[in-house]
Design a protein around this ligand. Structure first.
Ligand code: COA
Length: 288
């Protein structure tokens, strides 16, 4: 996608990045790092702004996110990167930018989504929280195997990008099936690089996740085909049970059980949503 006019206009782009940076310090550097790896924020987001004296002072971004949702392919409007310059807050700048963004969303998609730590900001605009969960799965017994190694940019990046473009959906219940841009941008926004993405030995198969102590949380599995749990689990870092931060319907062998842990943020939707009242997860690299 060609970047929106606002991103192509140097003065507007610089002002917009200043607004983003004022609310999310370090974001600009991470966006640049993602772009250098081929995951281009500017090309994927549509900006809605409010201006003061013609200068951009508030921003609401809209992403078109292709999902597998309850067994169907749907496109939803994803709201992200909501911010107003600190000195101009509580003067309606966000409200005006959001109203513009939602007019654009409503003309295109039945559904909108976002992920936030501040749901109260979005409730007045028709968003509602839908609870999500995570799961836990035991590692199958058997000999230890070589642990998947962090991707090597020289050896693995081209393969990762290729596999992302033709990946098997992680779940039929809820998964992003973006061509890799959302995965890549989220990965770099989380850690500043792709260090949380690992490649299984001698396979075109990647995992992403986080190791805290010996507990591994698996965010994503990226492959042309999804492996069986018994093929995958021995290669994951750490030991003991694995937390699954995605809906494990395509890993029946894992016999995962839902966890009661509260998630760090809230998933919100606007419009129809098939999964209310059902157990599902929004994988970390599909959140935005
Ligand atoms: C959140 C943020 C974008 C609001 O911008 P703003 O321009 O000050 O918001 P507005 O003046 O347009 O407020 C519109 C409505 O949003 C809600 N709102 C705004 N700021 C709020 C706050 N700090 N707490 C609760 N509600 C708030 C109110 O309903 C408000 O209406 P009201 O003023 O009539 O009560 C701004 O505070 C910001 O950039 N914060 C840091 C970044 C951030 O947290 N972004 C959200 C990430 S999920």
């Amino acid at each position: 996608m060609r970047p929106h006019l606002l991103y192509r206009e140097p003065r507007d782009r610089a002002a917009l990045y200043a607004v983003l940076e004022s609310s999310f310090p370090g974001l600009g550097r991470k966006i640049d790092a993602a772009r250098a790896l081929g995951f281009d924020w500017d090309a994927m987001t549509t900006p809605f702004v409010d201006r003061r004296d013609d200068r951009v002072v508030a921003h609401v971004g809209v992403l078109e996110v292709p999902l597998r949702l309850d067994g169907r392919s749907v496109r939803v409007g994803g709201i992200h990167a909501v911010c107003t310059l600190p000195e101009l807050r509580r003067q309606g700048c966000y409200r005006r930018a959001m109203e513009r963004a939602l007019r654009f969303v409503d003309e295109r998609w039945e559904r909108a989504q976002l992920y936030t730590s501040q749901p109260a900001l979005y409730e007045p605009f028709g968003f509602r929280v839908v609870p999500t969960t995570s799961w836990e799965a035991a590692r199958p017994p058997g000999p230890a195997a070589a642990v998947a190694a962090p991707v090597d940019l020289e050896d693995d990046l081209a393969t990762l990008v290729e596999v992302l473009g033709r990946r098997a959906p992680l779940s039929q219940v809820y998964a992003s099936v973006d061509e890799g841009w959302l995965f890549g941008i989220d990965a770099v926004l989380h850690t500043g690089d792709l260090s949380a993405v690992r490649r299984l030995p001698a396979r075109d198969l990647f995992v992403a996740g986080k190791l805290v102590g010996e507990r591994y949380t698996l965010f994503d599995v990226v492959g042309h085909h999804l492996p069986a749990w018994s093929e995958l689990a021995p290669h994951l870092p750490g030991s003991g049970p694995v937390t699954l931060a995605f809906t494990p319907d395509r890993f029946p062998q894992a016999r995962a059980r839902p966890l009661q842990t509260a998630s760090e943020g809230a998933y919100m939707v606007r419009g129809p949503f098939e999964l209310e009242g059902r157990a599902f997860a929004v994988p970390p690299y599909a959140q935005h």
